[in-house]
Design a protein around this ligand. Structure first.
Ligand code: NDP
Length: 240
């Protein structure tokens, strides 16, 4: 039980990569707090995992949510050892069709919430001389492709912020890292499909959420002075 005695928060734990990550970290011995909006799903997962798993229903796109998360986590878990900032949404469109009403919600969840949470938990962890923050990017952060400008641009900005946070925390005992998945079969492509577009996971045999969760677990299990700070996980069929 490599993470025995550790506490971990996983945002976006009601589905996909977050759900798989929560299972893995709990399986490795961590006490996990599950965060997302769909409380019914979180409760069902917590019941399945057992072992003191906590549930927090929260809309992370609200400005005050990261502080509420820190308050709830320190009350229910005490010291927080691991934060996985995973919750995210994907809205893609050519500029001609881009629904501008989608812009602020994507900035709020995929960028602002992660930055706010990272800063608040970095202070908490630095005060404890230990901790780990992993932010979910995407291989899309490094791809310049039509329809992905907003999503990929936000992930690229998140990577820059996350790298700087890692540098600012050097020597503090707090690890900071980025994991950038390739195409993984999850609900994130449902929005595309609901608009009659083919999901990106239909172009290529996708990875499964547990493929990414396994890599996150690996990052969390580093010991001593090692920080696996950046991992790209591609599907073997991805050609870019
Ligand atoms: P899913 O759509 O499967 O899951 C997204 C999760 O985020 C859900 O648990 C959802 O829960 C939660 N969420 C969405 N909106 C909010 C909100 N406002 N407040 C709190 N939680 C929210 O996505 P994936 O598992 O595919 O994606 C996880 C991360 O991985 C994202 O950051 C994504 O950008 C990244 N990624 C995914 C790739 C893929 O191919 N799947 C590739 C590269 C990166 P609920 O609706 O209950 O709130």
């Amino acid at each position: 039980m490599s993470l025995s005695g550790k506490t971990a928060i996983v945002t976006g734990a009601s589905a996909g990569i977050g759900e798989a990550t929560a299972r893995r970290l709990a399986g490795a011995g961590a006490t996990v707090m599950l965060v997302a909006r769909r409380e019914d799903r979180l409760k069902a997962l917590a019941a399945e995992i057992g072992g003191g798993t906590q549930v927090l229903a929260l809309d992370l796109s609200e400005t005050e949510a990261p502080q509420a998360l820190l308050d709830a986590a320190t009350e229910q878990l005490g010291k927080v050892d691991i934060l996985i900032n995973n919750a995210g949404i994907l809205r893609t469109s050519h500029f001609a069709d881009f629904d501008l009403a989608e812009l602020e919600p994507m900035i709020a969840l995929n960028y602002s919430a992660v930055v706010r949470s990272s800063i608040l938990f970095a202070r908490h962890m630095k005060a404890n001389d230990s901790g780990q923050i992993i932010n979910l990017s995407s291989i899309g952060a490094g791809l310049t492709a039509a329809t992905s400008g907003v999503y990929g641009g936000l992930k690229a900005a998140l990577e820059r912020f996350t790298d700087v946070l890692r540098i600012e925390l050097a020597g503090s005992g707090v690890r900071v890292g980025i994991i950038a998945p390739g195409t993984t079969g999850t609900e994130i492509f449902d929005d595309m499909k609901s608009r009659g577009e083919p999901g990106w996971d239909e172009f290529t045999p996708p990875m499964q959420p547990d493929d990414i969760a396994r890599a996150i677990q690996f990052m969390c299990e580093q010991e001593g002075n090692a920080n696996a700070a950046r991992m790209h996980i591609y599907s073997t069929s991805e050609g870019f």
